[in-house]
Design a protein. Structure first.
Length: 306
């Protein structure tokens, strides 16, 4: 009897998977699965013969030249997890607006849309008057195109204007958010779920230092595994409830998520802000937390064999 096939979809930059996922093929073999690794836009791959396709290091999907092709590819895959309907809305951070409407706290955000035709002066007037702030495109992956700037520093503010105009000029919606000092004090917390069950959590050190400039590269992360507090666990459950509300609204039915990474940061007053929900190319920190790799392999096996 042939072993079931699972194809781990990746990008050309991570043709052999990223370092964190590299142990996954062996873990799948141990569970009676034939693992394959394929670049999502490789024309030589026969996706009809790919079995269950698991999204992994598809970190180039958000680039302008790839975005529409990636969404079309996702919808062409018969057994893609996470599902292509989820890929559609999670690929654009405008979903955060709906999360906020559903009661999930998010950092106050100014949305700049390309269709508005902003001048540099109009962009300038939409930045905060003091403190540090963050500019990032609404469609991005791995922190690409994200920058931290200082409102009262003329050069930094000019850089922010130029970077914003760069994104808008390429048809990208832009988010402007005040930088949270709580991120410097405590970092972000990522809660990682497999098939709806919390697997592990990691604390991420700040990435956006005061001199940080926007670049079109994936950013390195420094993480430390730890147990979430009861309060943090409840934050994650609030976010998950909103996620599944959106899934039902968009697809007409609920769906199980193979993997779900929820990034939150404390608001300094006992609450939290949602930073991001990662359902496409999420780094899952499989090498940073005990049993994380086995948990993910078990979750994939469960989807293959049920």
């Amino acid at each position: 009897m042939n072993a079931p096939i699972v194809t781990l979809a990746t990008s050309a930059d991570y043709a052999d998977l990223d370092d964190d996922d590299r142990g996954l093929p062996d873990a799948l073999r141990e569970r009676g699965i034939e693992p394959r690794v394929a670049v999502w836009n490789d024309p030589d791959v026969n996706w009809e013969d790919a079995g269950v396709v698991v999204l992994r290091s598809v970190r180039d999907y958000a680039k302008n030249r790839n975005y529409a092709d990636f969404l079309a590819w996702a919808h062409s895959i018969k057994r893609l997890i996470n599902h292509a309907d989820v890929v559609d809305w999670n690929s654009d951070k405008h979903y955060l607006k709906r999360m906020a409407e559903l009661g999930v706290p998010m950092i106050p955000t100014t949305w700049l849309e390309p269709a508005a035709g902003y001048s540099k002066h109009q962009v300038h007037t939409r930045f905060p008057a003091h403190g540090d702030f963050v500019v990032k495109p609404a469609i991005s992956s791995g922190g690409r195109g994200t920058g931290r700037y200082t409102a009262t520093d003329a050069k930094s503010r000019a850089d922010a204007i130029n970077d914003t105009m760069h994104h808008l000029g390429r048809g990208r919606s832009v988010m402007v958010q005040r930088y949270l000092e709580e991120v410097d004090r405590k970092g972000e917390l990522s809660l990682v779920y497999f098939n709806g069950v919390l697997s592990h959590a990691v604390e991420k050190a700040p990435m956006l230092h005061p001199s940080f400039r926007s670049v079109d590269e994936v950013h390195e992360e420094i993480v430390t595994a730890r147990e979430p507090s009861e309060q943090e666990w409840l934050w994650g459950e609030k976010v998950r409830k909103a996620i599944h509300t959106i899934i039902k609204e968009r697809s007409g039915r609920d769906m199980q998520l193979l993997f779900n990474r929820v990034d939150v940061v404390g608001d300094g007053q006992g609450g939290f802000y949602l930073m991001e929900v990662s359902l496409i190319d999420a780094g899952l920190y499989l090498g940073s937390a005990p049993a994380a790799l086995d948990n993910f392999a078990d979750a994939i096996a469960q989807r293959v064999f049920w």
